[in-house]
Design a protein around this ligand. Structure first.
Ligand code: ADP
Ligand code: MG
Ligand code: ZN
Length: 509
């Protein structure tokens, strides 16, 4: 990398003035960010020779991302994103993330990598900085055309990484950077990526040993893979794998061993052993109860990384054979979100709730049938009908009244309040209310209204006129057809990213 030291000026203790000649940020950073920056200079001292670290731009469970400026040999100053990985990340995991970026990155809307610094167990991945806005801030003002392009470019990135046998596993808007003015897109964050059986990323193959290897659950019949599944929703009980939350299996450095992780104690498998002697079927199969046999079963382990609301049904049910189709599902959830104007669309605290939410949209019978196709038994105590996607999205956009509700007029009191009509419409338009009462499955309105880019409207009709201007009155059937194929419950028939790019929705691109 052609970089020379740029900065001798250090961060002051009383809050430093940070300004870049590009006018990025000229304000003081908060004290805690300042402390983090000082810490980063301390643990990876080489950074100070190259970068002036300006701000923290992202913080997740596994990393902190900083904005840094470097002076290039030719005199230009360039901005970089510095991703500082948590020191407990497994070395192979880190190396695999880097290899994904170096092999597949830098083209086709996939972020590239410039350099990597390491001191002891601290690793900093340096990438070109891409300015971007959070989807939640812009979703309210996106036009249909903008949505179409966004999904097209996301699918391009997916096709590209899938060609290399990379499964990203954490496709969501936060990991797909979008610069609205320059129309640039970049897929980031390979921190959870896994390889397909024939992956070209060597280090992803090495990760297999780090994962808890999926093993058959004792006494499991193909279609009867239930383990303790406390019914978390009142209306719909799904019987599938344990809802126990686990950390994305391979992202953390297993504290004690690098070898296969210890299996659970013997005692828990005593009862199922008897059960198996008695036959493979337990007492609760096809009911909404969880029997003692199932209660005592070991937890089945399969890759389950990602964010619940974006997880594919085969991930939620811990299907051991997961492929690139899981990323396509997540792209479908993003499209659903953008077409309905709701972000996040599914908001679930655990996998069972997430699966129930999927059923409220895609239908319970359909979900059960698809799960059967990939070898999982899902039981739902009540039938949830499949929704028509256009009706659903238009209803959520406030373009048509909810089928089972009257339109609630805007309350008079709100007319003069500081709340905008856009906000009110969202709060008062009867939203899609799933028949099973899982109404909380949809984004809570408060969060939505806080973060959306709101514009003042004089009336509901002005709001509708603006929506029409953005093309929301003429969303073609192709959009919902593609959505339907992205959200195919069965990964075997789900459209691939390469096929999706050939969809009639994109013929002119
Ligand atoms: P994590 O594993 O912690 O989620 P990510 O790689 O997703 O780390 O980065 C976290 C956030 O940092 C991203 O959501 C994005 O906002 C920001 N970020 C990451 N890489 C870049 C980049 N190259 N340019 C600009 N911002 C970035
Ligand atoms: Mg991320
Ligand atoms: Zn059972």
């Amino acid at each position: 990398m052609e970089m020379t030291p740029v900065c001798t000026e250090r961060i002051g203790t009383d809050g430093c003035i940070i300004g870049s000649d590009r006018g990025h940020r000229r304000s003081k950073v908060p004290r805690d960010v300042e402390i983090d920056i000082e810490f980063l200079y301390k643990v990876v001292p080489q950074l100070a020779k190259v970068f002036r670290i300006i701000d923290k731009i992202g913080e997740g469970t596994f990393s902190s991302v900083y904005l840094g400026e470097a002076q290039m040999r030719d005199g230009r100053r360039e901005m970089f994103a510095l991703k500082h990985l948590i020191p407990t990340s497994h070395p192979t995991r880190i190396a695999a993330e880097l290899q994904c970026l170096t092999v597949a990155g830098g083209k086709e809307n996939v972020m590239g990598v410039t350099y990597c610094f390491r001191k002891d167990d601290h690793v900093v991945i340096v990438m070109p900085y891409m300015e971007h806005r959070a989807i939640v801030e812009i979703i309210g003002s996106m036009s249909f055309e903008e949505v179409r392009l966004y999904i097209y470019h996301l699918l391009k990135a997916l096709r590209h990484i899938h060609q290399f046998g990379i499964i990203h596993r954490d496709i969501k808007p936060n990991n797909f950077l979008y610069n609205r003015s320059s129309k640039m897109y970049a897929l980031v964050d390979f921190g959870l990526a896994q390889g397909t059986a024939d992956t070209q990323i060597e280090l992803l193959k090495d990760l297999t040993g780090l994962r808890k290897v999926p093993r058959p659950v004792f006494g499991e019949r193909n279609l009867n893979s239930c383990t303790p599944a406390p019914s978390t929703t009142k209306q719909a009980a799904i019987k599938t794998e344990s809802g126990k939350t686990e950390e994305p299996a391979s992202r953390r450095y297993p504290s004690a061993s690098r070898g296969p992780l210890p299996v659970r104690s013997q005692s828990s498998s005593q009862k199922p052993q008897r059960a198996m002697q008695q036959g493979l079927t337990c007492n609760c199969y096809q009911t909404d109860r969880v029997c003692n046999i199932c209660m005592s079963r070991k937890q089945q382990v399969a890759p389950r990384a990602g964010t619940p609301g974006f997880r594919a049904p085969e991930v939620l049910t811990k299907c051991p054979n997961q492929g690139t189709a899981i990323d396509v599902w997540s792209a479908g959830v993003i499209l659903l979100s953008l077409l309905s104007g709701r972000y996040p669309f599914f908001k679930a605290s655990d996998d069972l709730i997430a699966l129930t939410q999927i059923m409220t949209i895609r239908g319970s019978r359909e979900t059960i049938q698809a799960a059967k196709a990939f070898g999982k038994a899902v039981v739902c105590s009540r039938e949830l009908p499949r929704q028509d996607l256009r009706t659903l999205c238009e209803t959520l956009r406030g373009r048509r009244p909810s089928p089972d509700d009257e339109v609630t007029p805007l309350p008079e009191a709100n007319k003069d309040s500081t709340a905008t009509h856009r906000h009110e419409i969202q709060d008062n338009t009867p939203t899609h209310r799933p028949a099973n009462g899982a109404g909380q499955t949809f984004p809570n309105h408060q969060e939505h209204s806080q973060t959306n880019e709101l514009t003042k409207h004089d009336s509901e009709s002005d709001y509708k006129a603006e929506e029409d201007e953005r093309g929301w009155d003429r969303v073609p059937d192709e959009a919902y057809d593609l959505l339907d194929q992205l959200l195919d419950l069965n990964p075997a028939t789900r459209i691939t990213a390469a096929q999706a790019l050939q969809h009639p929705l994109f013929t002119d691109l």
